[in-house]
Ligand binder design. Structure first.
Ligand SMILES: *Cc1c(COP(=O)(O)O)cnc(C)c1O
Length: 389
């Protein structure tokens, strides 16, 4: 069976470099922080052209720390996308915030600025935008809304570190992780830039936010054994930093390969009815964390993938407001009354313009992702697809 993300081929390709880097950490006796972590943080900052990068324990912890640094208080409303991984809504909720679920664009699958604006109340403090499947959210529109209402933006770029957005003709494209007041990414093994365990990073150009992030992640302390605030422990191990330093040297090359793979799929699916790849917005490049399709008859498509022995993932099978853990939120409850949370209902269609239909729910019935990493043999997958479609 073809693996969904081929980490074994990747390790074999960089084996000598990885083994040397791993040995250097074990021999150094320096397992937390230290030069390997500092080297990685500098590389990430240079790549994104941003002043402050702090690595931490995971993408989820990065979100939690960022929300704490932004000063979230119990009862604060935070707007999150309705169609994404649970972490943004979960992190807001665990800190006492109230996630409000914004609908998505039916084609790019990114958070809809129009829906964001419709959810703003006097209790709204900020927006968590997710760079879903590897392309940036529509930050120009989101920033305009945030400025008008005095809100912060937290950019969840767990899937999109390495993506870019075209600026004006005289400027270099701007990288993901630079659009939020504060941004995060994840180094979970299957992300585009992944380590061999958990890891994450926080990005900001705001020195005060950076100071708070460092303090929160280090037990609320800026000076040894003096704890100014209640914080936590969140840090990247030296061994993970060493692995990431090696993989980072090959990252641009891997991104090119992912884009080539995605382009092959694009050509193939262009001729197939009832199957639509996620639209990449004009000016965006994607990391293709996933190659995601919207398929009208997903169950039939899955049967064909099984027959051809092609692996797939469903990101995500449920709109977040339908998740049982959010059932008690009054917003979720009222939304669930209006909207049809039964995911079997595949006849919903955003294009009808019916106000009670939610594009996030439609996407949850149609979305399916195919393997696209730099070590995936997409030609073979397309050959297999040709035989079954
Ligand atoms: C993976 C992911 C996270 C969480 O990252 P972890 O490192 O697994 O904690 C957060 N948000 C999104 C959108 C993700 O895809």
């Amino acid at each position: 069976m073809i693996p969904f993300v081929n980490l074994t081929f990747q390790r074999n390709a960089y084996k000598n470099e990885l083994e040397q880097a791993e040995k250097a950490v074990f021999d150094s006796g320096n397992f937390i922080g230290g030069p390997f972590v500092a080297e990685l943080e500098q590389k990430l900052a240079d790549y994104c052209q941003i002043e402050h990068v702090e690595t931490c324990g995971s993408g989820t912890e990065a979100l939690t720390i960022a929300l704490m640094a932004l000063g979230i208080q119990p009862g604060d409303e935070v707007i999150v996308p309705d169609f994404t991984f649970i972490a943004p809504a979960e992190c807001a909720a665990i800190l006492g915030g109230i996630p409000k679920f914004a609908d998505i664009d039916a084609e790019t699958l990114q958070i809809s600025p129009k829906s964001v604006e419709s959810l703003i109340t006097e209790k709204t403090r900020g927006i968590i935008a997710v760079d879903l499947f590897g392309q940036c959210a529509p930050y120009r529109e989101l920033r305009e809304i945030a400025n008008r209402h005095g809100l912060w933006i937290l950019e969840d770029s767990a899937q999109a570190f390495g993506a870019s957005v075209a600026q004006s003709p005289h400027l270099e494209p701007r990288r993901a992780c630079t659009f939020g007041d504060i941004a995060i990414t994840s180094f979970y093994p299957s992300k585009p830039l992944g380590c061999y365990g958990d890891g994450g990073a926080i990005f900001t150009s705001n020195a005060e936010l950076a100071r708070k992030v460092r303090q929160i992640a280090n037990h609320g302390s800026s000076e040894h054994y003096l704890h100014e605030i209640v914080g936590m422990n969140s840090r990247l191990d030296a061994i993970q930093a060493a692995v990431l330093n090696v993989k980072f040297a090959h990252f641009e090359e891997e991104l090119c390969k992912r884009r080539e793979n995605a382009a092959k799929y694009d050509v193939f699916f262009a001729d197939i009815e009832g199957i639509q790849p996620q639209r990449i917005a004009k000016g965006n490049t994607s990391t293709y964390a996933q190659y995601t399709l919207l398929v009208d008859d997903r169950s039939a498509f899955i049967e064909k993938l099984k027959k051809a022995e092609i692996p797939y993932c469903i990101h995500y099978p449920m709109a977040l407001h339908c998740q049982p853990c959010f059932g008690e939120l009054s917003h979720a409850a009222s939304a669930a009354d209006n909207l049809n949370c039964a995911s079997e209902n595949a006849t919903l269609n955003c294009a009808t313009g019916n106000a009670t239909l939610n594009c996030a729910e439609v996407a949850s019935t149609k979305a399916i992702s195919l393997p696209v990493c730099a070590f995936t043999d997409v030609d073979t997958i397309i050959e297999k697809l040709r035989n079954v479609l």
